[in-house]
Design a binder for this molecule. Structure first.
Ligand SMILES: Cc1cc2nc3c(=O)[nH]c(=O)nc-3n(C[C@H](O)[C@H](O)[C@H](O)COP(=O)(O)O)c2cc1C
Length: 313
């Protein structure tokens, strides 16, 4: 029996919750064991930025998170990482997934699956996910909603196989007026079941075929490339997966993003591509710690800022 979980950050009985439940109902009818939570029912504290977890990883140890015993994150993660698939849904606030979703996701660093696998703390497990973002406006006012959720999938290595942007449903449960929207949410459940029933190495994107600019991750967000830490420069990059390439005009006067030959070198959706970022961290952060002179300079210059205070509230 497949285990499928739903995690939402929307209002109780709101649009995100309803669309998630519709997708999960398909999975339940298809025989999956379902778990669903609303993050609003749990306490999740902000990442303190202490980096104890990553310092531990660099010494080959799994030290966990300093907040493990202080809130519900660990309990949720143990359930979440024990699934075959997870469907996430979140409302769009200020163009991106709401803060509650982001706060939850940004506490996942101590569960970085590729680090944990590399030190032998966990076995590799292939999982898939699907994402639903819900907003009151059109894509224009939800420009980073799905993309910000996609960005939260790398750390725990969830392969995104479908995404849906539910637009123009500002009122609570307004999605219930739109049968097509409900059907599309149900399709997410269908796609998730199809994916978990497919051998991991054959799993592919099952969402809308023409979705997004990026043919690699289907995000709808591109940035102009700038030289990276080691000089690598792509004219245009996918904001989410880091694919590099350029824009080409099609015969029918449209634009498409074409990934260049080495454009997937830093594909953040793959363990190998993310590994390149570890090399960067070792170079940039590791480089800082390696040279004792850096500490002296920082100590000397920090006083000016440490001792300076302004009127507070
Ligand atoms: C603080 C706040 C910010 C919002 N910002 C956006 C926005 O930038 N774009 C948008 O399309 N909708 C925005 N909305 C509308 C919500 O996304 C919309 O009401 C959605 O249906 C909420 O989902 P829920 O019913 O699952 O809670 C915002 C709502 C709130 C409360």
């Amino acid at each position: 029996m497949f285990k499928i979980m739903g995690i939402t950050a929307g209002r109780k009985n709101g649009n995100s919750e309803i669309l998630l439940k519709e997708a999960l109902m398909f999975c339940e009818e298809a025989g999956a064991e379902i778990t669903m939570i609303n993050l609003k029912d749990y306490e999740v504290l902000d990442c303190t930025g202490c980096t104890a977890c990553t310092k531990g990883f660099s010494q080959g140890k799994n030290v966990g998170c300093v907040l493990d015993s202080k809130d519900d994150k660990k309990k949720i993660m143990e359930a979440m990482l024990d699934q075959d698939a997870v469907i996430f849904s979140a409302p769009t606030y200020d163009l991106m997934a709401c803060a509650m979703f982001a706060k939850f996701a940004q506490r996942s660093l101590s569960y970085e699956t590729s680090f944990l696998e590399s030190i032998g703390a966990i076995e590799h497990r292939d999982r898939v996910s699907a994402l639903i973002a819900v907003g009151g406006s059109t894509r224009s006012w939800q420009s980073m909603a799905l993309e910000s959720m996609q960005a939260a999938m790398f750390t725990t290595d969830f392969k995104v196989i479908d995404m849906y942007l539910a637009t123009r449903v500002p009122a609570p449960a307004q999605c219930l007026l739109d049968d097509e929207m409900i059907q599309r949410a149900r399709k997410i459940g269908e796609n998730i079941m199809k994916s978990v029933n497919t051998p991991a190495e054959e799993r592919v994107w099952l969402g809308d075929e023409d979705m997004g600019w990026c043919p690699n991750c289907h995000s709808n967000a591109l940035i102009l490339g700038e030289p990276q830490w080691d000089g690598l420069l792509y004219p245009v990059e996918c904001q989410v997966c880091g694919a590099g390439g350029t824009l080409e005009e099609t015969p029918d006067k449209k634009w498409k993003f074409v990934i260049q030959e080495n454009g997937l070198q830093r594909d953040r959706t793959t363990v190998k591509g993310r590994g390149e970022h570890l090399v960067e961290i070792a170079h940039t952060q590791g480089g800082f710690f390696k040279d004792p002179k850096n500490f002296e300079v920082v100590k000397e210059k920090l006083g000016k800022y440490k001792d300076k205070t302004f009127k507070s509230l």
